[in-house]
Design a protein around this ligand. Sequence first.
Ligand SMILES: [Zn+2]
Length: 1007
Amino acid sequence: MTGLGWSKLVLFIVVGSALAPRAGADRETPPGRDPKQPVDEAYTEKIHKYTTAPYFTSPLVDYLPASKNVPTPQAVLGDVAGAPGILPYAEDVYRYMRLLEKATPRVKVFSIGKTEEGREMIAVAVSSEENLTNLEENRARLAKLADPRAIKLNDEEADKLVGEAVPIYYITGTIHSPETGAPTALMELAYRLAVDESPYIKEIRDGTITLITPVVEVDGRDRMVDLYKWHLTHPKQFYPWLVYWGKYVAHDNNRDAMGVTLKLTENVLHAYVGWKAQVLHDLHESVPYLYDNTIGDEPYNAWIDPILADEWQVIGWNNVSAMTKFGMPGVFAHGDFDTWSPGYLMFIAALHNGISRLYETFGNGGADTEERTLQPEQYARTWYRQNPPLPKVLWSQRDNNNYEETGLLTSLHFFTENKQRFLKNFYLKAKRSTTKPSEEGPAAYVLPADDPRPALQAELLQVLERQAVEISRATSAFAVTLPAKKPKEPAKEKDRKEEKSPPPAPTRREFPAGSYIIRMDQPYSRIADALLDHQYWSPDDPQKTPYDDTGWTFGELFHVEVARVTDSKVLDIPMDRVTTVHAPGGVKGEGTLFAIMNRAEPALATLRYKLHDASIEAAEEPFESAGRKFNRGSFLVRNTSRADLDRAAAELGVQVTALSVRPEVKTHPVRAARIALVHTWLSTQTEGWWRLALDKLGIPYDYRSTQAIAKISDLNAKYDVILFPPVGYNAGVDAVVNGVPTAWGNPLPWKNTPETPNLVGKNDATDDLRPGLGWDGVAHLQEFVERGGVLLTAMDTSSLALSLGFADGISTQNANKMKIVGSVVEMRLVDDASPIAYGYEEKGAAYCDNGPIFSLSSIAGQRGRRRLGPEMRGRPTGRGSLEDPDFAVGRPGMEAPEERKSEIWESPPVSDEQKRNGFRVIPPPRRPRVIFRYGDGKDLLVSGLIEGGDEIAQHPAVVDAPSGKGHVVLFSINPVYRGETWGTYAMVLNTILNFDSLNAGRKDAAE
Ligand SMILES: [Zn+2]
């Protein structure tokens, strides 16, 4: 098209839009009170009093409408929402919501489930009486938009439903317990939405159903309120940090939306999907004063519908614009949150065809009014923050509530004004999810019926079940075409011409009857695709600071086969919908001895602990019996009734073969080790995922703090295995051993008292959080290992154990350029005879977050070598080629003795020079044994981001270090993480079950 053509077109567009009926601005309903409705004068006066500057409020919240019959939050709080010194418990918040429900037909309260500690979670619906009366009819309409198959993908039918349906905007508060403002803001918001007769609020009430879960982390909320009360009664003292939030995890409770292992995630997900809501808006507090991170920064998650990315822009910018017009400083979007990981709670909406939203407002971590001083980068004016926060302000909980409520009300209003657009998008996103096989693909994911790990396969499928994904099962065997695999490194142009080898061809793949099929022509195909697909984050990506994990491929992390099938014929094969997935298990065959194949399935450990009286042995070599081949590590079970074993095996999905003859194979006992799990008082979250896993598997353990370890002088009398999971934050010797300084300040108790009745819950208590493991504790752990105990460490606790000299011949190094940010990496099996490796295959995947990098040496006190660049063979500078010997003029040359080679994961052979008076040479039986190593550089990346991976490639990943009569088993990976790494759980469980036979199959060097 010529330049002339363009200008004509532009002219046409300008004229066209001038003639079009004006929408938007001129018809906008102004925010602000209805002068005809009386104001609650006393309440309003308090709002003004607690707001610290006139620009920290808006015309939407600087008054409270009066009502004759509906109680204000004051009825429960004794003061207004956001008043200083007042933080309500969850039950107080619920009591208020139920008072509203009683007083007005515009509010209804629903129970949505319980927490791990048995506390209730609720969702409060606020809307017009008519909307709440017709909830079920409306749900039926929304259900058809949510699942367009119900209307045969008929757009006209959808338009009709869009015209009739009332959308649902779901708000969730205080998932992060130290972020305390949301509950009072949401109490007052519910009141305003139910009572205010101003046209602005009335439009929201009539046009939208606002659904509110005022407290998401209920267990943590009650602990936080306890702590705050303790602080109020001890005003001059330092107060304890919130060392536990929920029973298991703290801040990570907002990283559980992939695995759905926590009750709060499951309950919110069910509420979101059950109500067929369009938005999930989660409230947080960290940065000043309101960061709408909905738009966020790149890279965006690759599995969301682009329609959603556009909705983020539209909603986010409207929010900033509306609040900027109110004159409220410090409201911005974009910022530094990237939208890659789908682990956040609000992302439940993003991958279930809704709109995910998140606010960070400014909280004081309690209800004190305080002077707050910002860092320069926080008040800097940037392209996305033209009206930045002030460098120093007096800030109150009321200010925070004003921002939260104003943001939500402007959002609700904009959403209501555009509800048909958003409902239509909701339908379109669901429709495009359903037509995925014929658009971008794949057609399905298939999990084969002959997977060697059926119990782990069932665990993975149960994640999809919790995500409301439909699962089907093939009723007969079938075959599909798999696309040709591209070679890893494309051949050079020249080579390609010369070789003339045919390009790789597509292959046929057969799947047996009973294989599981995850169809992609279903409304929730996107979440299944996001979890099962692979991730690639380029080291060249302009985003240099990923906000969270970069890789998570569930099939890889569960060690379960998942085939991505693009062949759309897979959708035509006969299949049935499956409502509950359960792995088949039980006893088959005749005999009184029972054999169980070991495929590194965690269920085997559960079985060991369940059948306490049975005697179980592990085979140290593979064997054949009853016409079946059993691999190394397989169980032989005796002294149990067939009925008991059958019942337990059926429940756990474990297949047992009865044998009439005992096979000829060397075995050792598999005992139910007595376990302690050690935690610090610095942070309990990373180990919390380990507790969650052990509890889910029914494996008992004592939960002991580092302070308790310091007081138990004979650990061997109580325990066989001590697990010391990662502390987090790379906590080192100083932090773990010394704890927090006690030379000044006051004790920080973590225990239940009349003013802190909820603090301990089902976890641990102490009179003072500050002391650490101490040198007594270090000595006790060392003695424990010396006398035969097994200490298992991972990541930072591995570095800690090595810094404390717990194991000879291993050192750790800091990475120079390596960047592995929560990625899935390849692992290779090095020593298949070690019990730690029982059931594992040559290749597998694991979760890695930057190491540490282990290196081995057979010389005590010597740092292991480390490869910094590509492998190079060397010789000294001199005459001749690389292979030739050098010689000096005037005498014959001499061949240098052959250097003995070793692999990167091995310790270099002891040299003749080192053997001279070799008191530092570690005797072979005391040298560390490498069980798993990291993959080669080119194969290391499975999913996520790896930069400079050569620094860790081929280095040991799991090492068994003998020490005294015991062992220290050190992990560089994190084998138990966020309920996502089921495939590596058995590395820990194998260590536990074989604690007194870890040397089985050990081969020592000759010298
Ligand atoms: Zn937060």
